[in-house]
Every structure is written in C-alpha cells, then in structure tokens.
Design a protein around this ligand. Structure first.
Ligand code: G3P
Length: 215
C-alpha cells in the first residue's frame, strides 16, 4: 500500500519523507489555510520536494469553473493531481479532465454508489473519508472494503485512497483490505512507527552494551 502524507506543511512533509516511506501528498483547503501560504506557491513547493502525486483541490463547484481551475493547477507541475468534490458538476468535470489526461482525486466520498460513479467518470483516485464516517457513528473501513470489492468486481482502474485516517488501526485495516493508498497525518505516521517493546528492547540492549568488555 502506498503511503501519502495528509499535510500542506513543508516541515511535516520533509520529516515524513526523511523516514523513507513517503509516496505522495494530499492537501485540502483546510490544510492549506493552516500552512499559511498562497495555494499555488504551497503546491509548487510541495511538488518540488516530493517525487510523487500531490493532490491540490479546486475551489469552484460548477463544471466549467472546476475544469478551468483544474487545468491551471495541473499546469503548475507534472506531480499535481486535481482534487474534485464528489458532486454532479465535479463528476462532469472529471470526465472532461480524464479525456485530457489530467489526473483527479475525487474527494469527500461517503458511500459506495458515489465511489462507483466516480470510477465510471474516470477518476484516478477515490477518497473515502473514514474518520469522518466513524465520527458520525458509522464504520468508515466497511466503506473502503465495499469500494475495493466493487472496483475489483469490474476491473475498474480507479485507486482507492483511504483518507481522514485517524489511527494506526485505520491504516492496518486499509492495508488488509487492499486499499491502494492511505493518506495519513504526520502525527499518525509517527504512531505507526511506535511500539513499546521496541523502545524497552532498545533500552535493554544499550544498557547491556555497557557491560561488553572493552577491547
Ligand atoms: O484530506 C482529506 C482528509 O484526509 C481529511 O481528514 O481528519 O479532516 O477528516 P480529516
């Protein structure tokens, strides 16, 4: 499974990249607002840093506006994948953009039929928001399971990008289900790495190493 970082913060992205497991980046307007830089400047800087797909979201909500913005974002850098909301105008735009070879990440997916329609429109990625489904009392990972199965049933090429990941459990379940990608905030990437037995084992080895006779 590919690991993307869900962040627009260059320092966070650099830190995740230094761990050697980073395949791409996803951003959204909330993350860009938090990063505090103009959008196009921030996206270009991320693309120059990470050699992989970098999702940048359109703000328009009508087909013509989405297509126009998507073309502009895609022209910024070859790594850009255009994030499009899962609404009717969004899917019409995805269809046009797919015809032009512009990659899309269809975002704010909360149901299996939405995911099937996005794939049929030609989405490169579909982003089910698992954490937000859990927040609303549902089971986000059950949705990922359904989408992966439906896409497999019909050999659909759209990749499932598990988003709104809040815990290592989401990450592991995504990998077990066969999600192509999980996008994860840095705080959770750090949790993925942690195990108390690793820390106590290392402490013990370092303590015992002091007893090794000097040459
Ligand atoms: O980038 C989309 C998604 O990962 C947002 O996550 O935590 O705001 O629900 P969250």
């Amino acid at each position: 499974m590919k690991l993307f970082i869900d962040s627009a913060d260059l320092a966070e992205i650099k830190e995740a990249q230094a761990m050697g497991a980073l395949d791409g980046v996803t951003t959204n307007p909330s993350l860009l607002a938090k990063a505090g830089r103009p959008m196009r400047q921030a996206i270009t800087a991320i693309c120059e840093l990470v050699d992989g797909p970098v999702s940048a979201e359109v703000l328009a909500t009508d087909t013509d506006g989405i297509v126009k913005e998507a073309r502009e974002l895609a022209a910024l850098h070859p790594n850009v994948v255009v994030k499009v909301p899962l609404i009717a105008d969004g899917l019409k735009a995805v269809r046009i953009l797919a015809g032009e070879g512009i990659r899309t990440n269809v975002t704010l997916c909360f149901s299996a039929p939405q995911a099937l329609l996005a794939a049929k429109a030609g989405a490169t990625y579909i982003s089910p928001f698992v954490g937000r489904i859990d927040d609303a009392g549902g089971d986000g990972m059950e949705l990922v399971e359904q989408i992966v199965l439906i896409y497999r049933n019909y050999d659909l090429e759209t990749e499932v990008l598990t988003a709104s990941v809040r815990s290592p459990v989401h990450f592991v379940r995504a990998a077990l289900i066969g999600s192509h990608v999980a996008t994860v905030p840095l705080s959770v990437i750090k949790q993925l790495l942690k195990h108390p037995l690793t820390d106590s084992g290392l402490a013990r080895f370092l303590e015992d190493a002091k007893k090794i006779p000097k040459a």
